[in-house]
Write a protein that binds this ligand. Structure first.
Ligand SMILES: Nc1ncnc2c1ncn2[C@@H]1O[C@H](COP(=O)(O)OP(=O)(O)OP(=O)(O)O)[C@@H](O)[C@H]1O
Ligand SMILES: [Mg+2]
Length: 251
């Protein structure tokens, strides 16, 4: 049964280890994400941030430890895994939209195929979501006809269409031209304020300051330190984090 009352974390990782061959990518990770919490994950390239996201919706398996989502251990396969995937939205750097489907079709496909919602209902809700992310007027176009920022907002609407309990964002603005970064971050800030549980890998410190409850600094497969953004950015407690921050803040 789903736990209510908000006391159990939505996601709980305990002693999680993951290797790629001989490479130890996640080292004994213990991490909780509370319901409604916005966790920003930052850290140097290759530190395991994407892998951390991917193990939470089981795009990658783990070697040891446990991960629970909404009070249940992650399912390995079948219907339970399909349900998990629908409950954990994912937004990638590369948008991953279906190029031969319209913007609205990209948003309605999941609800129709996976949730069995009628086309009419899915389209109505899809239009509401496109409105919410500011691109309702683009509904009939194809992804290639949209700007990168508009495509990424489509990807966010598509994730929302499944009514997820959480959304994972892996560098959602890294592939965008600079002038389009803000429009995507603004949508994410609104989502955060509306209470969506989010884990966001990003180097956008402005977003972290505006929207994050907690910043997790990851390096070499470990959570090196974590804390509220105001604290982490002004008084990082490890040399590793200080060094990283000095590099990204002055680049
Ligand atoms: N499918 C895979 N097979 C083998 N090695 C992998 C695979 N995915 C990731 N790795 C390796 O695992 C390590 C962690 O990768 P990961 O993508 O999680 O890091 P990251 O923190 O997201 O880095 P970046 O900031 O560059 O996105 C890296 O050394 C990477 O090369
Ligand atoms: Mg990555």
């Amino acid at each position: 049964m789903t736990e209510t009352g908000g006391s159990t974390p939505l996601v709980k990782l305990e002693g999680v280890n993951k290797h790629f061959g001989t490479l130890h990518v996640l080292k004994d990770i213990d991490l909780d994400v509370q319901r409604g919490e916005v966790v920003v994950v930052i850290g140097p390239s290759g530190g395991g941030k994407s892998t951390l996201c991917r193990v939470i919706n089981r795009l990658e398996t783990i070697d040891s430890g446990t991960i629970t989502f909404d009070g249940r251990e992650l399912p390995a396969e079948g219907k339970a895994l399909a349900r998990l995937r629908s409950e954990v939205g994912m937004v990638f750097q590369s948008f991953n939209l279906f190029s031969h489907k319209t913007i609205l079709e990209n948003v309605t496909l999941g609800p129709i195929k996976v949730r069995g919602i009628s086309r009419q209902q899915a389209e109505q809700r899809g239009m509401e979501l496109l409105e919410r992310v500011g691109i309702a007027s683009q509904a009939g176009k194809y992804p290639a006809q949209l700007s990168g920022g508009q495509q990424q907002r489509t990807a966010i609407a598509r994730a929302l269409a499944m009514d997820p309990k959480m959304i994972l964002f892996d560098e959602p603005t890294s592939a965008l031209d600079p002038e389009m970064v803000q429009e995507v971050l603004d949508v994410m800030v609104t989502l955060a304020r509306d209470g969506m549980t989010m884990m966001v890998v990003t180097h956008e410190m402005g977003f972290a300051r505006r929207a994050a409850n907690r910043v997790v600094f990851m390096a070499d497969g470990q959570v090196v330190e974590q804390g509220p953004p105001a604290e982490f950015f002004t008084r990082p407690s490890t040399d590793r984090a200080r060094d990283f921050l000095s590099k990204i803040l002055t680049h």
